[in-house]
Write a protein that binds this ligand. Sequence first.
Ligand code: HEC
Length: 182
Amino acid sequence: MESLEFNKIAFAVLSTCLFVMGIGIFSDTIFASHAPAKPGYALPDAAPAGDKGGAAAAAPAMPLGEMMAKADIKRGETTMSQCKACHTLEKGGKAGIGPNLYGIVDRPIASIEGFAYSPALQAKSKTDGNWSFEHLVAFVGNPRGYANGTKMAFAGLKDPLQLANVLAYLRTLSDNPAPMPK
Ligand code: HEC
C-alpha cells in the first residue's frame, strides 16, 4: 500500500521533470539565441555632462557654444539673485554698487555714463572692446583674474554650468538678444 503511493508520487515527479526538460530543449531549438550585430543602444563615449565630479574637471574644456546649449535660463535667473545685491537688471535701471546690466552682452566694456569704473576695467575696455560671451565668462567666472584691481567684490562663479545659465539669462536682458555662441 505504502510503496504503491510512493511509486505514484515518484512517477508524477519524474514525468513532470521530463516534461519541463522537454520544453527546455524544444524552446531552445525555436528561440536559438543570436547575439545582435549591434547593441540596441549607443554607449556614451564619455561620462554624461551632468555627472558631478567628472563635469567639474572636464567642463572648462567644453566649447562655449556647447555649454550654452545646455544652459537653463530659469536657473540662471535664480543664480543672479546674488548679483542683484549690487546690480539692477531692468532697462534703464539705476546703478547700484555696480552698473546696470541691461543689454550687457556685446555692450562696450565699462561704458555706462557717470559710473565710476575702476582703472582695471577701463583698461579692459581698450584691449577687449565689448562684453562678448567669452569676456563675460572670463570676468563673471573670476572677476579679479580677468581685471586685476576690479571694484567688483565678487568671488566669481566657479561652476561652468552655473556660469552658462547666468550668461543665458543675461542674454535675454536685451531688446535684441545677441546670437548664441557657436
Ligand atoms: C558686491 C557687489 C557686486 C556683486 C555681488 C556683483 N557685481 Fe558685478 N560689478 C560690481 C561693480 C562694483 C562693478 C564695476 C567694476 C569695476 O569698475 O571694476 C561690476 C561690474 C560688472 C560688469 C561689467 C559692467 C560694465 O558696464 O562693464 C558685469 C558684466 C558684472 N558686474 C556682472 C555681474 C554678475 C553676472 C554678477 C553675479 C554673478 C555680479 N556682477 C555680481 C559689483 C558687483
